[in-house]
Ligand binder design. Structure first.
Ligand code: THU
Length: 131
């Protein structure tokens, strides 16, 4: 993966976080998922008054992508957090693992881009549940 591709994806995730609907937590998150065919699908967290119905930014991006016909992905960027980067929650890791290979790079950045941490999906979720 080219250095600039991940940087561009991180910028798209930062941009997507601006759409976050987070009136309850005030914690905005954005995600940008690169499909094998070159399309980028962005997502933000969408909260609900019934808190458990909240959808995370990462799952919003995956569901948008899959519903548009994309099935294979090559990189993900997530923007969230201020001092520390936000890491994807366990539910999102499992949903990502359904469609993304363990070697896929996952870049986590703070909302303003000053903090950066790089992982692979396999590092974030070893021992994926599969049927
Ligand atoms: N959130 C995400 O969007 N992605 C994650 O991986 C972790 C948490 C959102 C859900 C909720 O709207 C807010 O962050 C606080 O939990």
């Amino acid at each position: 993966m080219e250095k600039t591709a991940l940087e561009d994806l991180a910028r798209e995730a930062m941009e997507a976080s601006r759409q976050a609907y987070a009136p309850y937590s005030r914690f905005k998150v954005g995600a940008a998922l690169l499909a094998e065919d070159g399309r980028v699908f962005t997502g933000c967290n969408v909260e609900n008054a019934s808190y458990g119905l909240t959808n995370c930014a990462e799952r919003t991006a995956v569901f948008k992508a899959v519903s548009e016909g994309a099935r294979r992905f090559t990189a993900l960027a997530i923007a969230g957090g201020e001092g520390e980067v936000a890491l994807p929650c366990g539910a999102c890791r499992q949903v990502l693992a359904e469609f993304c290979p363990p070697e896929m790079p996952v870049r986590c950045v703070t909302l303003n881009g000053s903090g950066v941490r790089d992982f692979t999906l396999g590092e974030l979720l070893p021992g994926v549940f599969r049927l």
